[in-house]
Write a protein that binds this ligand. Sequence first.
Ligand code: PMP
Ligand code: GLU
Length: 405
Amino acid sequence: MTQATAAMNQLSDRINNMQESATIKMAKMSRELKAQGKDIIDLSLGEPDFDTPQHIKDAAKEAIDKGFTKYTPVPGYPELRKAIVTKLKRDNNLDYTIDEIVVSTGAKQSIANVVMALINPGDEVLLPAPYWVSYAAIAELAEGKCVEIPTGIESNFKVTAEQLEKHITENTKMIIFSSPCNPTGSVYSREELAAIAKVVAKHPNLYVLCDEIYEYINFTGEKHTSLAEFAEVKEQVITVNGFSKGFAMTGWRLGYIGAPKWIASACDKMQGQITSGTCSIAQKAGEAALLTSLQPTFDMVTEFKKRRDLVYGLLTEIPGLKVNLPDGAFYFFFDVSAYFGKSFNGKAMNTPEDLSLFLLAEGNLACVSGEAFGDKNCLRISYATSEAKLTEACKRMKEALAKLA
Ligand code: PMP
Ligand code: GLU
């Protein structure tokens, strides 16, 4: 028995059965290759390349100077929760009270809190696929049974209300989805969400976790719609949001939910035993982000849109790829199945994972395989990086793929 196998035997089944986050794994691999001196372009991790706006950083500095350095209430400072209530009314026309808000160490923890608080072993969790990697891992940690609802590039990777309804059984407890969507960039329209709300309302014991972390990064020109705006489902919806994407604050670790009070209280209880309130300084920065000018956010979005258009032009020039124009977030999720069956140096490409490893080795380009998102045909790239890097990345992809025969 190797030392590694012996150690695995000591670990819990829970951790042995858990998949490592594919986004984080790919980012780690490319960091290691960079450290070895390789010129890798890393489009794996979805993280804005912009700096956190100055006025937000200033608020954090002030928080330190004013002594906001102690434990905070577990669900967050009342001032921050009040700012979130104001934001949810201002941007989303949602009425929440302060005790329906729980602030966490990133939206990732918010999602984990909600799933742990609501899912019992065997409960079915519906995941319109492709979905963000951590939804499935978190649901499985809670011993839920993930049920994927497949979509395709032809339908812009969106699930219809009818498809959703067909998958609901008496064991279905939760639906988890994001709009704008990671990994596809798709945005559900108000009409599509209205139809989904009608279906959900028919099942009062069904809960919907709506991940709106990409809310501001929306190029449709239409106002973002939250599912919780539909009164018939408000009591069944948990709205998840955060600061990582819209305010370029990934490292600050700040996310939140708006939810019916009994769910918020359960998340508060869960968090009280695991992490307590998130960083006091980050909370003060978050308050400033929500209550002051959103102009830096809008400027970032303008830049993302320029990059999206650039990358769309470049990807559509690569033979064999099927590419949709994403409406939001900062990802392209494109179909590479035309390359399945082709080979390089005797190694056949049969999956997106094969292609992502080939692109890393032969093209010095890191992207994430669709399999981690519940899709067998696509690769994901993040375009949250400079135009120069994006242009070079697409060139590398085109040249590497052309080597496959
Ligand atoms: N949801 C989605 C769809 C995401 O892409 C991310 C980014 N990691 C998160 C949640 C978590 O964000 P964070 O924990 O950084 O707030
Ligand atoms: N949301 C980002 C992504 O999907 C960050 C990585 C992560 O937290 O998984 O790449």
